[in-house]
Design a protein around this ligand. Sequence first.
Ligand code: SF4
Ligand code: SF4
Length: 434
Amino acid sequence: MNNKAQRKNIMLPKDAPAKRMNIMTKPIGSACNIDCTYCYYLSKEELLGHERGCETTMSPDMLENYIKTYIEQHNFPEIVFHWQGGEPTLLGVNFFRDVVRLQKKYCSKGVKIENNLQTNGTLLNDEWGKFLSKNKFLVGLSIDGPEMIHNAYRTNRSGRGTFKQTMKGVEILHKHKVSFATLTCVNNLTGANPLEVYRFLRDVIRSPQMQFIPIVEPKSFRDTAPQKWSEDEILFQGMPETEPSHPNSIVEAWCVSPSQWGSFLCTIFDEWLENDTGQINVPYFESCVETWMGRVNPLCTLAPMCGKGLAIEHNGDVFACDHYVYPDYKLGNINDSSLDDMQFSQGQEEFGRAKESTLPKQCRECPYQFACFGECPKNRFIKTLDGELGLNYLCAGWKQFFTHIDPYISMVVATMGYPVRKGINADAMKINFK
Ligand code: SF4
Ligand code: SF4
């Protein structure tokens, strides 16, 4: 069948409810050219039983089947592909040339396809720069801060820091005018240096969008799936062993502590509010404006439901979420089941609803439940003070952050001319806008 005929076959159903998908695609599995200490994905090769040394690259047939199927699952005029790893640039530019070719082959007229590529930036060169720019890829660049901070954990296999190679990647992105956002892992070191990290990303990297991810890893994270923890390893909120620096900590030493996370967010929020609103997008902050307006936060971690973003491995295995790539949360394989069936399976729906339905009383009675929703369930491995399971490890930090930003976000919403529907000022401001 030629391209024209195939494109004709994929029709967008008229008047059908909008159908979109978000899948984190791992075309090279967990393979990576570097060896970050805190990486949550390097251990997947062993966990998922992919034999050492076996091919972890998505085969040409699998790639074509996946792209075709993914496009068919949409009836929406914008389709976004997310490429992650491991390190997807290890596949080389030609792999992604094929991606773009196949997307064109199966894309219906009038539908726009976008590609997001997450990378450590160390393999980028002019060939990549030209390709990414020409094909309008949005690059997510992993960088943790200035040299000393970045090099502490983002190391190669001989233990050397990768800062210099990553900075070459940054030069390539600027040189070829590639759209990019930075992704910064907030660990115990970044967490202790909020302004240094934020100003470096703003002034040296010139990051237009800063994403921050808290590093929270219980000691058993490599082989124990979230919610499958043994009860013995779950401690009460505030116990000394919940601190990453404690010799018997339940989390890895490089994790951010709850109080560090709260101070980190509050400090960079103040800097952003004073100098950078409208210039730099920090999704954690901008999405809160929407929450205070009464809308659902577009970030899954701060939304009431999970389950809308699946993950697919190089061999077609599909999982409930990028953070739930464990055998316990495998939904199937695209060779045997449709993406649609897996996304709307009973198990996945229950997984999605559990985010809110399993909240402990402490969250249900929290004044900031509307903004937090207990954050990501993968981090809910401590007990509330009255002994209930399922509290988020970062709870104290989130509460500090939401309490801090509440009056400012209310002001931003009111200044924009919208009713403030949530937060301490909600009732007062609602009257004005009724
Ligand atoms: S499990 Fe965490 S990362 Fe996955 S959808 Fe839920 S909140 Fe998002
Ligand atoms: S701040 Fe803490 S208590 Fe409040 S919703 Fe979030 S995790 Fe629950």
